[in-house]
Design a protein around this ligand. Structure first.
Ligand code: TYM
Length: 327
């Protein structure tokens, strides 16, 4: 069985973009292989974060995983920091990724853009090293991610190639895979920008109430004209809302266009809001149940022990291949 692996960083509040591009998809693909889904809490430290916020966010991501339908009996759900093999391997792998390529990473450029060089943490720079380690430590082949993480997975591929050229067939080659529709949900206030975890107006947070979600969609920026048409260049706002609608209902862009011929933006936005609320109502209820059930700690503990068993083998294999004594 192929291994499938992905993770979410517990910074800020999760958005509808995270849900469509990642969460919902994780629960869809989980039974196609042996699946590992984790909470990237060490990655959350790459930018300043309050300890209490980190703790709560980590618990929330775990609850969202279960609420979205991840099945802890099948899928290994765990905290990155509960498996020291990730960090141990990262210390080794950092020698096979280069400063030049790390400094070209879009995420690093975006996040460090406004910082003074003296204040940019080494962890932010080395982010893709730990991420490559997260992936290869489980011999994972399929990495379901949103579009913004594909570049990091590509870098992990370069690393595997480089490493294996030198030491033989030690690491398994991973591949990023994206959802067909919704791998890059855009901000509702500026549809030329990605929906991120830090833009309260343009983001729909999974923690927003259903009324707030509806309001945000009804006041989403739209475009000139009144036609409902998928055209990213000339109608980025409408195209983004169509993407959300399509990914939640399974309707194609053509079907949506046909449905709204002769209707206005108001009707269309109402349909998008209905679809979001339809999806979020049971999801949010399930999240509340999971939080109340107190089952999260047990799921994470079981997940961590399963994860450790698998990753120890890879770590040994790598240590041996590179010549660490007595491994
Ligand atoms: P993170 O926490 O930034 O995002 C989690 C997942 O959500 C996707 N995503 C989106 N998809 C569609 N539209 C959007 N607007 C949107 N915003 C975010 C992301 O692409 C991602 O799949 N580095 C990762 C976490 C990580 C990881 C890994 C992932 C750490 N190690 C190993 C895969 C494999 C991150 O910060 O994702």
């Amino acid at each position: 069985m192929e291994r499938i692996l992905s993770g979410i960083k517990p910074t800020g509040q999760l958005t509808l973009g995270n849900y469509i591009g990642a969460l919902k998809n994780f629960s869809k693909v989980q039974y196609e292989g042996e699946t590992f889904i984790f909470i990237a809490d060490l990655h959350a430290l790459t930018l300043p974060i309050d300890p209490e916020v980190l703790r709560n966010n980590s618990r929330d991501v775990a609850a969202y995983y279960i609420a979205a339908g991840l099945d802890p009996k099948h899928t290994t759900i765990f905290l990155q920091s509960d498996n020291p093999s990730h960090s141990e391997l990262a210390i080794i792998l950092q020698n096979y990724l280069y400063m030049g390529e790390l400094s070209r990473m879009t995420q690093f450029k975006d996040k460090s853009q406004k910082m003074k060089e003296e204040a940019i943490g080494l962890g932010l720079f080395a982010y893709p090293v730990l991420m490559a380690s997260d992936i290869v430590i489980y011999d994972a082949k399929r990495i379901p991610v949103g579009e913004d993480q594909v570049q990091h997975v590509e870098l992990a591929r370069d690393l595997v190639k480089r490493f294996n050229n030198r030491y033989g067939d030690v690491l398994v080659m991973p591949k990023a895979e994206m959802v067909k529709v919704g791998a890059r949900i855009m901000s509702l206030s500026d549809p030329t920008k990605k929906m991120s975890k830090s833009d309260p107006k343009g983001d729909i947070y999974l923690s927003d109430s259903l009324e707030v979600m509806r309001k945000k969609i009804m006041s989403a920026v739209t475009d000139m004209g009144r036609e409902i048409k998928y055209d990213v260049e000339n109608k980025p706002g409408i195209s983004n809302l169509m993407t959300i609608l399509s990914s939640l209902t399974g309707k194609s862009f053509q079907e949506i266009e046909n449905e709204f011929v002769g209707k206005g933006y108001g009707d269309f936005k109402r349909a998008v809001a209905d679809a979001v609320i339809n999806e979020m109502t049971p999801f949010k209820a399930r999240y509340e149940e999971v939080i109340k059930s107190g089952e999260i700690d047990k799921i994470l503990a079981d997940g961590a022990s399963r994860a450790r068993k698998v990753s120890e083998l890879t770590l040994k294999r790598v240590q041996k291949a590179i010549g660490l004594y007595n491994k």
